[in-house]
Design a binder for this molecule. Structure first.
Ligand SMILES: [Mn+2]
Length: 448
């Protein structure tokens, strides 16, 4: 994840609606096996432990969501689960009685609880049924995972966890787990698998890309619904456009990838604006930054629309510059560029422009002063998916490109965002093109 201030939705609340998950999220068991094998190859000298989320870690009240890394390696949404991957030289039976020695992957699941399932519905529990459903070699009761780890650690004391070091993480559940393990097994040696996991998750498989494109298509349906409200002109509210987008998402069985941003006039200059309660005035620009979450994957598209359907002169001037910045970033992309390089190119483009705007003190500034966020972030299971801004982009990465200009002194904010696949040849637009040129956008709004 990039630094919070770099992304427009970095502090957005968690999704409020999520679609029910399909078994293994619709991917093949083979795809998950390949991912687990790749992680074992990247961390060959120790045991790997991944912990799933527990229900009390719900990201929004009453809404449990599995953590994305656990989902990536298992497709399992059951709360309170663990995944253990063993190195080549460690017999599984050393930590798990009854396991065949050559078992390399064990999924720990909470035992089924008939009374609880009255409330929650059927859950996946340990046993052959879960092994068949998930394709994981062996399942076991999650209450036995610490004991098993201790037994294995006597033979191999290196334990990989997804545990980024730093002051923000020391109170996390994974640190609590590390402290418990360390107390019982002082010789245990922890290694952080975060980077290895990130490198795998960043490269999307064809099946994942197809899923992201579905989420983008549903996000586009949301945009068409929202812009029809905005085309209606003066007097409509931001929340009416937000509601129209949500209705389109839910009609396709999708949920929200993040809290929708619909900001008119000066609200469009607030990067994390989410109140969505103001009345729209004819001629104002409205930033609509929305994303559908479909089959666990996210879309993330922003368009900026003129209320009533026609751009004013200054609005058109600023909008056109933002669109040019986007096109410049795409066309100047070079193999090996990082997200930071893309941001730098965008800012350099703004800096070259003759236009000026006034800052909060009424002082004229060059336009690069009016884009406080980064140009891009990775996109996948999370809307701000794993991937640092300094890692060179490589084929299979999926990123957003979202230049903006935010000029509070004029009550004008513009952001345009599309999602791209990094290929050998450059950046390839994902999903069908959604109108973003001034003329085609005005024509589309007129037709609504
Ligand atoms: Mn975005």
């Amino acid at each position: 994840m990039s630094v919070p201030s770099a992304d427009p939705q970095a502090a957005s609340p968690a999704p409020v609606f999520l679609p029910p998950p399909a078994p293994l999220l619709g991917f093949s068991a083979e795809e998950y096996r390949t991912r687990r094998q790749a992680l074992r190859s990247a961390c060959p000298d120790g045991i790997i432990l991944l912990r799933g989320s527990t229900e009390d870690e719900a990201v929004s009240p009453g809404r449990y969501q599995q953590n994305s890394t656990f989902l990536y390696f298992t497709g399992v949404v059951t709360p309170g689960a663990f995944l253990v991957l063993l190195p080549p030289d460690l017999p599984a039976v050393a930590g798990l009685r009854g396991a065949a020695p050559d078992v390399r992957e064990i999924l720990y699941l909470p035992k089924r609880d008939a009374a609880m399932e009255t409330w929650t519905g059927p859950k996946l529990g340990p046993g052959t049924e879960a092994e068949a459903a998930t394709g994981v070699q062996k399942t076991a009761d999650s209450s036995s995972v610490l004991g098993a780890l201790m037994a294995w650690a006597r033979r191999n004391s290196t334990l990989y966890l997804e545990a980024p070091f730093g002051p923000d993480n020391e109170t996390s559940r994974v640190y609590q787990l590390m402290n418990r393990l360390k107390a019982q097994m002082p010789t245990i040696h922890f290694k952080d698998a975060t980077d290895a996991i990130g490198h795998l998750r960043m490269v999307k498989s064809p099946a994942e890309i197809a899923r992201i494109v579905e989420a983008i298509e549903i996000t586009q349906a949301g945009h068409r619904a929202a812009r029809a409200v905005i085309a209606g002109g003066d007097g409509r509210h931001e929340y009416e456009a937000e509601a129209a987008a949500l209705q389109a998402f839910r009609s396709h069985g999708a949920g929200l990838a993040f809290g929708s941003i619909v900001g008119t006039g000066a609200n469009a200059t607030v990067l994390h604006y989410e109140e969505n309660c103001a009345q729209m005035k004819q001629g104002q620009l409205v930033v609509v930054d929305i994303g559908a979450k479909s089959g666990a994957y996210c879309g993330d598209l922003t368009r900026t629309y003129p209320v009533g359907g026609v751009f004013g002169d200054r609005e058109k001037e600023i909008y056109t510059l933002v669109l040019q910045a986007l096109e410049h970033a795409i066309s100047s992309f070079k193999h090996g560029d990082t997200l930071q390089d893309l941001t730098d190119k965008c800012k350099a483009f703004y800096k070259e422009q003759p236009q000026r705007a006034k800052d909060a003190n009424g002082v004229e500034q060059m336009l690069d002063n009016f884009m406080p966020h980064g140009l891009s972030h990775h996109l996948g299971l999370d809307v701000h998916d794993v991937g640092d801004r300094l890692i060179p982009l490589a084929p299979g990465h999926v990123i957003t490109v979202e230049p903006g200009l935010y000029i509070p002194s004029e009550g004008i904010g513009v952001r345009i965002e599309d999602d791209y696949l990094v290929t050998e040849d450059g950046l390839e637009l994902l999903g069908p093109p959604l109108e973003r040129g001034v003329d085609e956008l005005e024509a589309a709004l007129k037709a609504e």
